[in-house]
Design a protein around this ligand. Structure first.
Ligand code: SF4
Ligand code: SF4
Length: 226
């Protein structure tokens, strides 16, 4: 059941964004490298999921999987939630799930489904494809195996964000800001940005000129320990 008045039908959005990221269960590849034994993106000590406010309205009446993040869920490193809450855009809530052993695949948030990617927006405001969450390069196996990302996943990712951006310009603006920060990061480390383009090809993008060079996956850097 969707919230009356919400522009997005989250059940439909989830059903249309359910393709596996890779043919293998990538959680099996990264969990052995996490001392907590969980896939990194499902370990609240490493990543705090978010939901759009209307998405939380949908989830809270359709599943018991989630609760609003309190800051004390990572038992090894409880924290005051105020700082991260203040850094979180207005249209999002920080959430916590019951953990990977109790995951309900159908009730994963959009943020679970998008990880380890985010929509990349050029400086002239075009959503051209998927960029990598580079802060997870040493944790996420997928970021060292972009050749494994399925065409269906890439297609569903693009369709989902085309739909979300058609309703929420604020979300587009946040990803434009993140893309700008990403260009600054890659310029600082003097590397180009890998992009899984919406046209099906993969490119390295210059962080300064934004010039794109089509590449084979073999050109991409792998990140230890993968
Ligand atoms: S997306 Fe990355 S961090 Fe998450 S389970 Fe797969 S390999 Fe691990
Ligand atoms: S809902 Fe599932 S996929 Fe999302 S963080 Fe929790 S365990 Fe991971």
């Amino acid at each position: 059941m969707n919230k009356p008045g919400s522009p997005i039908d989250f059940r439909s959005l989830y059903d249309n964004f359910s393709a596996s990221t890779t043919p293998v269960d990538c959680g099996l590849m990264c969990a052995p490298h996490n001392p907590n034994g969980k896939p990194f993106c499902c370990d609240i000590c490493h990543a705090v999921p978010v939901a759009y406010k209307p998405e939380w309205d949908y989830l809270k009446i359709n599943t018991k999987l989630w609760h609003i993040w309190q800051g004390d869920e990572c038992l090894d490193d409880p924290c005051d939630p105020t700082e991260l809450m203040e850094q979180t855009p207005e249209h999002l809530y920080l959430l916590t799930c019951k953990g990977p052993a109790l995951c309900e695949r159908d009730n994963r948030t959009t943020s679970c489904r998008q990880f380890p990617f985010f929509p990349y927006i050029t400086s002239d405001h075009c959503f051209i494809g998927l960029a990598c969450d580079w802060e997870f390069e040493s944790k996420c196996w997928v970021l060292s195996h972009l050749d494994q990302v399925t065409d269906d996943y890439r297609k569903e990712f693009i369709q989902t964000y085309d739909e979300l951006f058609s309703f929420w310009s604020e979300d587009f603006d946040n990803y434009a800001q993140l893309s700008e920060e990403t260009r600054e990061h890659y310029a600082t480390i003097k590397q180009r940005i890998p992009i899984l383009h919406r046209n099906g090809n993969t490119y390295l993008v210059s962080p300064k000129t934004e010039r794109m060079r089509k590449i084979d996956f073999g050109c991409l850097k792998q990140h230890p320990p993968y």
